[in-house]
Design a protein. Structure first.
Length: 115
């Protein structure tokens, strides 16, 4: 009985640590966009993209957004809001997971991948 309790406690500790490590330091793409929005107006501009200092796991944010900005600025006001980003994602057939991968992989244009 005592061995089972020790094993269960060890497994709980290991799984909790793994979950904490997995989530520690990770920023999702939506949060990254909001962090880059320097004036917090809900829109991101080329200047904000250029001036944002991404964390290591967001290194692909700048090249990706630069590559997609003009195509996703649907109203041509030199600002992209979340509705335009979501519309652009739909047009590019991108999922939330695709966006997070693009921000993480340090690359620009990301065509949809066959799954």
């Amino acid at each position: 009985m005592r061995i089972k309790v020790i094993i269960a406690a060890t497994l709980l500790t290991v799984s909790t640590g793994a979950l904490a490590a997995e989530s520690a330091g990770f920023t999702g793409w939506i949060e990254t966009i909001h962090r880059a929005d320097a004036n917090k107006d809900g829109m991101i501009t080329p200047t904000e993209i250029a001036m944002y200092d991404p964390q290591a796991h967001e290194a692909g944010f700048r090249p990706f957004m630069i590559d997609h900005f003009a195509a996703w600025d649907f109203n041509h006001d030199m600002m992209v809001d979340m509705d335009e980003i979501k519309k652009g994602m739909e047009a590019a057939k991108m999922t939330d997971k695709d966006m997070e991968r693009a921000f993480f992989e340090m690359v620009g244009f990301q065509p949809p991948r066959n799954k």
